[in-house]
Design a protein around this ligand. Structure first.
Ligand code: NAD
Ligand code: GLY
Length: 369
């Protein structure tokens, strides 16, 4: 059975771009780019894990359409999302005399996408870039919307820029090689969309979770399309996160604190977001914002998916301190995204300390890490 190609547009005026979603569509990357990018040279940025899997196919697709390709291969891992690795992208571009009309292409997960996008935003004050996300998390979230950047030892993604890609192309076939743990981490962001925006999506996840976990191609294309449509709608409304876009950070304030406290190498981003969504749901229920049974539905789905539902044990003060380094802190106040009911969420600051601390304690592992 042929799975139709799905195409969406992120409507941002002159910076609008398409998201192409399908199965087996990586081979069509070069022709998809021909009508969207006028230059001839492309630096494909990937990592040591993804390059052996998909670089040859990507290169063939680009060269077959007449593009000249330079490869920049980085070490793999969130711990390399920093200045030192970023410098290697600039080294590759400058040594190969990349000019303003040339483009970068990110082939990999969110780490590669965020760093490549940031390099594209900075190189010669901004060059075009293409996202070819190969993890579920990057396909449903990180590759769309133009947030790019690197980490600082004191906090996630603190250094970066908004820089939109000129095309996002995602092929669900790349998910076959993705380790199960990474696939589940991506599912956390899918659950996020259901809770903040789309109750029907949440119900679909509840009813078809087992089929989704098998990665059946038609279902995955549908799921990616639904998530990307939500993200495209939110980004088109609020590109620079002055309002609605902040909802996409549901679970992230607690999640980023987990990642920061555990040194970015024990918890995957999506896992941290999963546990963060449980705490945020519980906090919303304690504050009387969200019916407790709906907060419990969120927790139960995350547990059924095999994702973590509890924070690692650290002093509550350490969590509060880590959260003050979050980008979402405004005028010194931590902003929390809290569900009101399934499919709807709000941003709140100035929460009572007692409830916040109670939610942290109630959802923490009992023993120290
Ligand atoms: P990742 O990029 O580290 O990828 C996870 C692992 O999977 C890596 O080891 C990678 O090499 C490997 N991998 C990638 N594709 C593969 C494939 N098809 N087969 C086998 N292995 C593969 O992690 P991620 O979860 O994709 O992204 C997390 C990052 O994304 C974080 O840095 C986070 O801050 C960022 N992020 C950004 C945004 C945004 O809007 N820009 C949104 C969400 C997350
Ligand atoms: N992942 C959050 C955002 O793109 O705004």
């Amino acid at each position: 059975m042929t799975i139709p190609l799905h195409s969406l547009t992120v409507e941002l005026g002159p910076r609008s771009y398409d998201i192409l979603i399908g199965s087996g569509i990586l081979a069509g990357l070069g022709s998809a780019l021909q009508s969207r990018f006028r230059g001839r040279r492309i630096a494909v940025v990937s990592n040591e894990t993804v390059a052996p899997l998909y670089l040859a196919q990507t290169r063939d697709a680009l060269e077959g359409a007449g593009f000249r390709v330079t490869e920049i291969i980085l070490p793999d891992g969130e711990s390399h999302k920093n200045w030192i690795t970023l410098q290697r992208i600039f080294d590759g571009l400058i040594e190969n005399r990349f000019e303003r009309g040339d483009a970068l292409l990110a082939l990999g997960g969110g780490v590669i996408g965020d760093m490549t996008g940031f390099a594209a935003a900075c190189h010669q004050r901004g060059v075009p870039f293409v996202q070819v996300p190969t993890t579920l998390l990057a396909q449903v979230d990180a590759s769309v919307g133009g947030k790019t950047g690197i980490n600082h030892p004191l906090g996630k993604n603190l250094i970066g820029a908004f820089h939109q890609p000129c095309l996002v192309l995602m092929d669900v076939e790349t998910l076959h090689t993705l380790p199960k743990r990474e696939r589940l981490a991506g599912l956390a962001e899918v659950i996020k969309y259901g809770v903040i925006w789309d109750r029907e999506l949440f119900t679909l996840l509840e009813t078809r979770l087992e089929a989704i976990l098998t990665g059946e191609a038609t279902l995955m294309v549908e799921l990616l399309t639904r998530c990307c449509a939500i993200k495209a709608e939110i980004v088109a409304q609020d590109e620079r996160e002055h309002g609605t876009r902040a909802l996409l950070n549901f679970g992230h304030t607690f999640g980023h604190a987990i990642e920061s406290l555990t040194g970015y190498d024990r918890w995957l981003h999506g896992e941290a977001v999963a546990a963060g969504m449980v705490v945020a749901g519980d906090l919303a229920a304690r504050l009387g914002l969200c019916p407790p049974e709906e907060a419990e539905q969120v927790r139960a789905l995350i547990e059924r998916a095999g994702l973590p539902t509890r924070l690692p044990a650290y002093p509550v003060e350490a969590y509060l301190e880590a959260m003050t380094h979050d980008k979402k802190v405004s005028a010194g106040k931590i902003r929390f995204v809290l569900p009101e009911r399934l499919g709807r969420a709000v941003v709140r600051s100035d929460l009572p300390d007692t409830e916040l601390q109670a939610a942290l304690r109630a959802n923490m592992e009992p023993s120290p890490p």
